[in-house]
Design a protein around this ligand. Structure first.
Ligand code: ZN
Length: 46
């Protein structure tokens, strides 16, 4: 059993900046619009 869940921040696939999107270990991202505040663009994560 997992007791501790560590929060993870997703990095922008283009510039590597930390996005404001946070996922958990068991979060599944499929076709998720990931917004990068640095690029000011959304990227679709597969
Ligand atoms: Zn970016």
């Amino acid at each position: 059993m997992k007791a501790i869940v560590t929060d993870k921040w997703i990095l922008c696939p283009v510039c590597g900046a930390k996005t404001r999107t946070q996922i958990l270990d068991d979060t599944e991202l499929k076709h998720f619009p990931l917004f990068c505040p640095k690029c000011k663009e959304s990227f679709i994560s597969m």
